[in-house]
Design a protein around this ligand. Structure first.
Ligand code: NAP
Length: 251
């Protein structure tokens, strides 16, 4: 079975910290040519230098874009295309989960900010990356989603709606582009220890959730690396349009 991704061109968004950072480091360690998208240039440059010092890691290209900014996304994708001439996999991880806010208290600016990052961003990355993949014979899109887009949580209407929309986008892109070689998957991590998660939920919630997870602990960013590597490999060719939860579905 060939699950090697060595030499494949992979783009990871939201690569500056948390899950995205861990995936970028891990995919590069597997020999992928890894483009890392951040919205802060220094953050991307520092990570590229760090990965560049790891023996055996594939080459790294930092690119800068806010995922809700179509012009910036398009330019970043052109930059990768100029450098490597193809994109084999997109790991679209950039996302924002603000602290819980009941519907009646949610400011529309906050709602639009969440939708812009999580849903519009996913649409824009797909729109600009997929044509490059198709030109190269096909590719894999891994959308980092959430089970909050399937099972509602109080206070998470904006985030849940954005991830529900992403889950549908995943399925629609599969239906529209599978015959042109595009494979999609929405991967839904469980509660995972990241700066974004820590800024959004309290210790009591983390303890409650951890009790229902394997080993009695919440996820670590690296827990989804092996699955992501597999999904980016040729061995995953027949998995597309589906949602893969990485936590107990009823947990
Ligand atoms: N952690 C969890 O428990 C959990 C569970 C399920 C799903 N997820 C999903 O996993 C993904 C990563 O989450 P995380 O916990 O690692 O979050 P995080 O620590 O907050 O990291 C999110 C990353 O996304 C970037 N980002 C946010 N908005 C962006 C934008 N508009 N344009 C470009 N980059 C943007 C951030 O950049 P800056 O550094 O510039 O802010 C940051 O690097 C998200 O899609 C999240 O919804 C997380």
């Amino acid at each position: 079975m060939d699950i090697s991704i060595s030499g494949k061109v992979v783009l990871v968004t939201g690569a500056g910290r948390g899950i995205g950072r861990s995936l970028a480091v891990g995919l590069a360690a597997e020999g992928a040519r890894t483009a890392i998208m951040t919205r802060n240039a220094d953050q991307g440059d520092r990570l590229a230098e760090e990965i560049g010092r790891s023996p055996g890691a594939g080459p790294v290209l930092p690119v800068v874009a806010d995922v809700g900014d179509e012009g910036a996304v398009a330019e970043a994708v052109r930059r990768i295309d100029r450098q490597w001439g193809r994109i084999d996999a997109l790991v679209h991880n950039a996302g924002w989960m603000p602290p819980a806010s009941p519907v009646l208290d949610t400011d529309v600016t906050r709602l639009r900010g969440v939708l812009d990052t999580n849903l519009v961003g996913s649409f824009l990355l797909t729109k600009h990356v997929a044509p490059v993949m198709i030109r190269g014979g096909g590719g894999r899109i891994v959308y980092i989603s959430s089970m909050i887009g399937v099972q509602a949580n109080q206070g998470l209407a904006a985030y849940g709606a954005s991830k529900a929309g992403l889950n549908i986008l995943n399925n629609v892109v599969h239906r529209e582009l599978a015959n042109q070689g595009i494979r999609t998957v929405a991967l839904a991590p469980g509660l995972t220890d990241t700066p974004g998660m820590r800024a959004s939920v309290g210790e009591e919630y983390i303890t409650t959730v951890a009790a229902s997870y394997p080993g009695g602990r919440i996820g670590r960013p690296e827990d989804i690396l092996a699955l992501t590597v597999f999904l980016c490999s040729d061995a995953a060719q027949h998995i597309s349009g589906t949602l893969i939860p990485v936590r107990p579905v009823t947990g």
